[in-house]
Design a protein around this ligand. Structure first.
Ligand SMILES: [Zn+2]
Length: 463
């Protein structure tokens, strides 16, 4: 049996119908593999329907543009050019008229190209959306493979064009982000008193991660820092943000907009949980009058766990000392859990003396003890530097308040690692990483679609 596909065009102005042949499909005995359309047939069908549909739309548009929009006089035709336009269903070569302007109005140029002006961006919005969405989730190369697999665009897109398009979309988002200002706090305490009771605190976890430099001239170029974070509302809905620290010139605005979109009120408390990094605290400064900074319990307990592991490897025969080191480590953890930094630091000092004795004091020195000593010394500095950020974790925990941004560890993993450091050979420029992060966080926050719908009001996107 033969099945023919046709397109029937019915114009608005009672012109005769146009019937165009699209393609033919043949089928013999029914087999599971020939029931319905194959992907290849579907691709051919879509590609041809697209061409026919576009031809009709262009013909109608050019016809409408042929006369002056002011006096309806027919415009003089100069010549025809071809523009290339990429769509989900194939790359199209569109004939594009160049017309002389009508003399009834003043114009800065003699001629114009209506269609080329209309299609300034030579990739259709929907293809741009899909390219951005996929590229935010997987590598540029894989995105191309996936799109080519499913759509009739084989050989028409490549990783470089996808990357350039993603950068353009991200740059558009960047341009729409407001300017960086000194303070984002509005009003006075008296104004805030008039407001209804605020929601429970917003919890913001922030952390840094590293990605590898791409530098043509220096293969051994190191890493640069990317900061990511997540803001969680009392109802546990969350949004992510991310940026390249050395590249971004409006990081506070970026974070502020995320908090604002989370419904942050001026008198609402914001709890920031971080590893104590000075620059991260600085980034959150001036966004909200009642910001409380807390040292991430996760970072404390992670360090103690590592030291505990090391203590197991101590080779000394002095079992009593080994036992007391282990016990003291556990006590340090509990002092810190209850926010008793003074006692914790005192005990760490004793531990430093003990491990120093093991490392240097015995006839046979123990390399593990030396490592443990180094780590303990760093821990001492870490705790004393961050003394003011250590609350009574136990009490907070009882009141079900956040004490840890382990959710940020997973955010770092989700936002950066999965897309940007999965393979050792993945290298980035600070700008390239920054721009991709903007798309990636938008996609993970479920916001990219809204942006496209805002930019292109007629666009229809999948759920
Ligand atoms: Zn005119």
């Amino acid at each position: 049996m033969k099945i023919k596909f046709q397109v029937v065009v019915e114009s608005d102005d009672s012109q005769p119908q146009i019937i165009q042949e699209i393609t033919e499909i043949e089928r013999s005995y029914l087999q599971p593999e020939n029931l319905g359309l194959s992907l290849t047939e579907a691709k051919t069908l879509l590609k041809k329907v697209q061409q026919t549909l576009v031809e009709q739309q262009i013909a109608e548009y050019e016809h409408q543009q042929n006369s002056c929009q002011h006096c309806q006089k027919k415009l003089l035709h100069k010549d025809k050019r071809t523009i290339v336009y990429r769509t989900l269903f194939g790359k199209l070569k569109l004939p594009c008229n160049r017309l002389f302007h009508c003399s009834c109005q003043k114009h800065s140029t003699r001629t114009f190209q209506p269609l080329a002006n209309l299609l300034k961006q030579r990739t259709s919005p929907e293809l741009l959306y899909l390219e951005s969405k996929f590229a935010s989730l997987m590598s540029y190369g894989l995105s191309v493979k996936l799109l080519e697999e499913l759509l009739p665009i084989e050989g028409q897109i490549n990783p470089t064009t996808v990357r350039n398009n993603v950068h353009k979309i991200a740059q558009r988002l960047e341009n729409e982000l407001g300017d960086e200002i000194d303070t984002y706090i509005e009003g006075t305490p008296r104004d805030w008193e008039q407001l209804p009771r605020p929601d429970l605190p917003l919890v913001v976890g922030v952390d840094g991660g590293y990605v590898r430099y791409y530098d043509k001239h220096n293969k051994k170029a190191g890493n640069f820092e990317v900061i990511v974070g997540k803001s969680i509302k009392a109802d546990s809905t969350s949004k992510r943000f991310g940026f390249t620290y050395s590249y971004d010139d409006k990081p506070k605005r970026r974070i502020f907009e995320v908090l604002k979109s989370q419904g942050m009120q001026p008198h609402q408390q914001v709890t920031v949980i971080s590893d104590g990094d000075e620059k991260i605290r600085e980034l959150l400064w001036g966004l909200n009058p009642s910001t409380e900074h807390i040292l991430d319990w996760f970072h404390i307990t992670m360090r103690i766990t590592v030291m505990n592991q090391m203590a197991k490897g101590l080779t000394t025969k002095d079992f009593k000392l080994r036992k007391s080191i282990k016990e003291d480590l556990t006590s340090v953890k509990w002092y810190l859990w209850h926010g008793n930094v003074y006692k914790a630091l005192q005990l760490i000092q004793y531990l430093l003396d003990d491990t120093w004795f093991l490392a240097k004091g015995e006839r046979k020195s123990c390399p593990v003890a030396l490592k443990l000593y180094d780590m303990m010394e760093k821990f001492h500095t870490y705790i004393s530097n961050n003394e003011g950020l250590i609350p009574n974790y136990g009490e907070r925990w009882r009141y079900e308040e956040s004490i840890s941004s382990s959710f940020v560890e997973s955010t770092v993993n989700q936002v950066i690692s999965k897309r940007m450091v999965k393979k050792q050979q993945m290298r980035w420029t600070p700008q390239g990483a920054h721009l991709l992060l903007q798309i990636r966080t938008q996609v993970l926050n479920g916001e990219l679609k809204e942006k496209f719908q805002h930019w292109y009001s007629g666009i229809q996107l999948n759920r």
